[in-house]
Design a protein around this ligand. Sequence first.
Ligand code: C5P
Length: 235
Amino acid sequence: MSKFVHEKIVIGLDVSTFEEVEAILSLCRNALWFKVGSQLFTKFGPSVVEFIRKDGRKVFLDLKFHDIPNTVKNAVSSAVELGVDLLTLHSLGGRKMIAQAREVVEGTSVKILAVTVLTSHNEQELRNEIGIYESVGDAVTRLAKMAISAGAHGVVCSPQEIRILRDNIQGEFMIVTPGVRPAWEKEAYDQARVMTPSEAIKLGADKIVIARPILKAKNPSEAYNKLVEEIENEL
Ligand code: C5P
């Protein structure tokens, strides 16, 4: 079962030094997936991705590409060359952008995830600043449907949106969700509505992204192992 559980966990490398990256990779020896976001990538560039890959681990490159289709196509092509396994783009970039990104990864093992509505936006901001007049749930569902039909392999969403997406979108697609907290974690940090990893997986998440409960733990290795155990026991 363990291998199956390691495939489900992505450690978000929200750190600012290469030493911390090295430390987390070596402490969490069994962990398979690591998320490199804009903070780390802007600081260290491809070298951090190469380091993780050479260590035999998998990279989720979370740069949320959002640009004209041709530019995103070229960016995705660079990511494929770099050897990432999973990457994000923004669904608001539209159908053409997503379709062209998909063409680039076709025939490779790289998968594309679309971000729908950033969870930092509330409905009032969506309406007044961005011009989206639906409820968050409706907007997420509509954008996810469009992104998947355009060629995205899946979406990133909050645990609260897993059910609505599984209920409203037929067929196979991946759901990756942050905003989870293990049952043993007392701190929610700034995540407002959290779920445990196994609750999210039972609802239909394929992978969960988790950072601070592991990065900030006194013993990250033990925290990761406890997380694996908790998922194994509850699934
Ligand atoms: O520390 P924590 O487990 O909350 O980190 C979760 C990871 O998922 C971070 O990398 C964070 O940027 C990302 N994320 C999130 N909430 C979102 C989207 C992404 O926490 N809505």
